[in-house]
Structure formats: structure tokens, C-alpha cells
Design a protein around this ligand. Sequence first.
Ligand code: SF4
Length: 366
Amino acid sequence: MGNPTKLEPNKQLDWKWQSRKSLRSLSDFEQYFDLSVDEKKAFAYNQDLFQVRATPYYASLAHKTDINCPIRQILVPQFKEVEAYKTQSLKDPLAERQNNPVPRIIHRYKDRVLLLVTDFCSVYCRYCTRKHFTATGQAVISKKDFHLALDYIYKHSEIKEVILSGGDPLTLSDEKLDELLYAIKGIPHVELIRIGTRVPTVMPMRVTEKLVKILRKHKPVFLMSHFNHRKEITDLSSQALELFVDHGIPVMNQMVLLKNINDSADAVYELSRALLRLRVKPYYMFQCDPVVGTEHLKVSLEKSKSIQRELWGHSSGLAMPNLSLDIPDGGGKVGIVPDFYQGSEAGTHFFVGFDGVKGVYKDPVE
Ligand code: SF4
């Protein structure tokens, strides 16, 4: 593992200490890891990279020497991030900037908007989809931009859900979150708020009773957690997840399939079962977006489909995350299911199940 002895035992449970002491430079990372030549080289090209940052807690979960450790690959940059790519390499793969009617609002789907409340995260995941915004020094939403966002939501009565995103919304103070949630819930047609966050994974000590009570006050608030690997589930992150659930906040997990990190049915299954034991529903399993600097972490779609097919036959529906892909350049999210349907003829539909058993389904006679 990384070097937990670098943690100060009496302070490591203080999230503000975790944030202050985050690893940001080559020398910080060298205190935790025996870096490979390739990893060191990445730091030398710092200006071309997506920012580097990790909490001491999250770094301590990664392996000190093994460059193939899943957590290490998520947080330590590789030189491959700055190399030219053979296929797609997009700064804004979801074309969010084309669906950005006012600052900080992304409105792609009719009944919901994303509200980017901060560009800051406690850890910068190397595969991040939103590199066009995250870690770009834009900080917490200003009063002016928040009022513009509220005004936009207010004028669009079709918006039923507001998804707080970023960056990571749970890096804001309790007071700021309370203020934002109160204002958003004050809009009559907003039915619920979702919060997308990696905080339970990378800085679980941030999840306090005070925080969850604030979220509960503005119910319904759904928490979209983001665990990619079973190793990320520790006693502390388990306590954080259970605190949300115990306070009536539904938690759904979104993961990204990543090469050599979690790209096997066993890895997904193990994570899903661990989440379910904590009452967290595995929700989405995303195909990695073709974002700049991420080529080496992408899994082929064929492989993702084979993982899903294997899971289909061997895990319960509760444990099954939905494989989903965002069509590059703003085509939106599409669900991908194994090819069970084989076609039809005169009202008879042909199927082959996950283990090869064939059968037909007949339409009713009109
Ligand atoms: S926490 Fe989310 S927004 Fe932040 S770097 Fe990771 S994937 Fe990107």
C-alpha cells in the first residue's frame, strides 16, 4: 500500500486537514510512491496535463511500488497522458459547451439540468470526462452566476431535477451547500436534487452527521457516488455511505470501466456486491469517454459488452449496473445491452439467452 505512516493519526480524520495536505507535486507523490520513470516523466510535462491532486487518505489506499495497482492508476499520472493519440482525443467529449445556456448550467435533457457548483475536486481522476471545466481555476460558483442559473431553472418549468456536479459539490462547506440547496428547492417545479460526488471514495471523513442532516432537510436528495473498484471500499467509506442511507438519502453508484483497473466481470461483481451490502445500488457502468489524455485507460466496447453479458447471467438485477455510453459530440446517453434479440418473422421474435439457450416470443394475433 501507499505510505500510511505519512498520515498524522490524530489529524487524518479531519477533512480540512486532508484537503490542505493533498499531494500536488512530484515531491509530494515521491513521499508515498516509488514512482516509475514513466510516472516521473508525466510530472515533467505538468503544464500539458490535467491537474494532479490526491488526498493523503486516497493515496494511502494505493500501492507504494506496484504500478498496476488499480487505485494508483486512477490517481498517479502517466506519460501516456501527454502523448499523441491514435483514435479520439476530445477536450469536451459530451459537447457540454454547446448545451450551456448560462454559466454553470448544462441543459441537454428536457427534465433535468447539471449545475456546476465548483471546478474543484479532492482528487483529480486521470480519466475525468469534464477536463474542459474541472480543475481550471474557476472555483466556487459566484453569486452572480448562481442567480443566473436559478433564473434559468425558474423560467424552465420542464426542469424537474437539478444535478449538482462540478468538480465535486461535497468539497463545499456545509453552509454553502445549505444555501444552494435551499435556493434550488425554493423553485416550485424542481422535484428533486441529485449530487454527483467522489467524496465518499476519496475523502470519506467529509461525510459528517451535520452534512447528511443538511441534505435530509432538503429532501428528496439523491446521492450519486462514484466507486470504481472494491479496494476503494474501506471502513471509513462504508461508514460514510451508511450515514447517508441511515438518514434517508438514497445512494446510487456510477462507475467507469477502465482498462487494467476494473475491466472484468469479477471486478465489477465484487464491487457491486460490496455496495449492495451497504445498501447502495450499482446504477451505471459507463464506457470511458474519449477525453484527452485517457486513451490508455479506455476499454473496447466489445470487451465492455462481454463483461455485461457475463454479469447478466450471474448477478441479480440489483447488483447489475447499466452499461451506458455517451455518444461523442453531444449525442446523449445510450444504454447498451447484450444482443439477446435475434430478429423477427411474421410476429415471431427470436431470442438467445445469456448462456446460449434459444427461444421465441410470439405477438398476439390482431
Ligand atoms: S471526482 Fe469527478 S469531476 Fe472530479 S476529477 Fe474525478 S471524475 Fe472528474
